[in-house]
Design a protein around this ligand. Structure first.
Ligand code: SF4
Ligand code: SF4
Length: 96
C-alpha cells in the first residue's frame, strides 16, 4: 500500500490522522518545542525513560539506551521527569 502523508491543511479539523498503520510515515518530531538531551555518562540504563516514553522514541540496543529518536520524539519531557538519577541523565532544552 502506498500512502502519501498529508500536510496540516489537508487533515480533518483537530489534526486527526485517520489512516491506520501510518505512524512511521509521520515524523512527529517536527512538533517539538523542547528537546531531551541524553547523557551517556550519567545514564544507569534503568530503562525507566523507555517504559514511560509515549512515542517509543528511546533507542535501545542490548537493553541499553543508545539515544533518542528525534524523528518521532515530541518533546513531552516525560522521560526527563521520570529519570530517577539525581544528576539527571536527561535534560530538556529549547529546540532550535
Ligand atoms: S521527550 Fe517525550 S517523546 Fe521525547 S523521548 Fe522523552 S518521553 Fe519520549
Ligand atoms: S531513566 Fe535516566 S538513567 Fe534510566 S535509562 Fe533513562 S536516561 Fe538512563
Amino acid at each position: 500500500m502506498s500512502l502519501k502523508t498529508k500536510g496540516w491543511r489537508e487533515l480533518p479539523i483537530g489534526g486527526l490522522i485517520l489512516e491506520g498503520g501510518t505512524s512511521e510515515m509521520y515524523k512527529t518530531g517536527g512538533w517539538r518545542s523542547l528537546k531531551p538531551i541524553w547523557s551517556e555518562e550519567k545514564c544507569t540504563h534503568c530503562l525507566t525513560c523507555w517504559i514511560y516514553c509515549p512515542d517509543s522514541a528511546i533507542l535501545l540496543s542490548d537493553e541499553k539506551v543508545q539515544g533518542i529518536n528525534y524523528d518521532y520524539c515530541k518533546g513531552c519531557g516525560i522521560c526527563a521527569k521520570e529519570c530517577p538519577t539525581k544528576v539527571k541523565a536527561i535534560e530538556m532544552v529549547e529546540e532550535r
